[in-house]
Write a new protein. Structure first.
Length: 85
């Protein structure tokens, strides 16, 4: 497949993605346990915000209370499927 002039190849993009991942891992390894806990909370909040945006799109007629209930149900479902048997 020919790449347009000035475009990045898939291998260039993969190399960049791998380097970004390595940088994130290095940064995480340097964090204190407290920083890691806070980062985890921020990531969870961000994931919930994205999920709520999807719920708003999926159920535009729902109230915010109904959307939060749907989010809670999805989180509970996730816990059930991840629970070891």
């Amino acid at each position: 497949m020919n790449q347009p002039s000035g475009g990045s190849s898939e291998s260039d993009i993969r190399k960049l993605a791998d380097e970004l991942y390595r940088e994130r891992v290095r940064a995480a390894r340097q964090m204190s346990p407290e920083e890691k806990l806070l980062a985890g909370e921020e990531l969870f909040d961000y994931a919930c915000a994205i999920t709520l945006a999807g719920i708003r799109n999926q159920f535009p007629e729902a109230t915010e209370e109904q959307r939060l209930k749907i989010l809670e149900e999805r989180l509970a479902w996730r816990e059930r499927i991840e629970k070891p048997k």
